[in-house]
Design a protein. Sequence first.
Length: 238
Amino acid sequence: MYGDDPSGEAVFRASFKPSWHVVSDTFVSPVHPLLIGQDFGRNPWSLIGQVDASGRLLVHQEVAATNIGLEKHVNEVLRPQLYSHKFAGSRAIMVGDPAGVAKSTIAEETSFDALRRLGFAAYPAPSNDPDTRLRAVEALLGRAVNGGPALIINGRGCPWLVRAMSGGYRFKKLKEGALRSVPDKAAKEGFDHVADCLQYMSLVVHGNILPSFIRHARFASVGKAQWQPPPVSTAGWT
């Protein structure tokens, strides 16, 4: 349990309930592909999740990184997790920060180009608008499926995400007492990295875009034209 912090307010204070959304363990289905939320930058965090047959988003494992590049993170941190007994044999689809489509100032390769070169089916999230991203998470937090939550977090596999959702990820309070309209990304704890990963995953699940990703991933190796994410109606975020 985390108490109130006078420096601001938890982003998901009204919607996240640890006793409801957090479980001690989650089951990894060998049938459904993994959905990996990917943040970029020098702290390229990953969240390994999965959408089950009921349409619930199960967040199995967080994969942290500190001050390393994306390729090193994938090869030395993320890939060993995916090769572990828990996830061995599962297909994986990545969704990441849309800013990753920009080319590096040093090379012509984008972050998504690098992920595809490393063997992943990787796609940009459909939006980078903070409000849209937060509403996608809120929608899953507030939805019930078969009498249970639509968003389930493995507490043992994702301790940092649980801390972020419980109050670490915050709207910063300004000097005059008002709250900023976007979450604080300058906090030294770095809760924004893991929270961003969850937002990318939630956009895909709430917008029902994952089936399109899966269809494209199946044909990616047979010379099909480069796929673009389908347009997402604003009605999907209400």
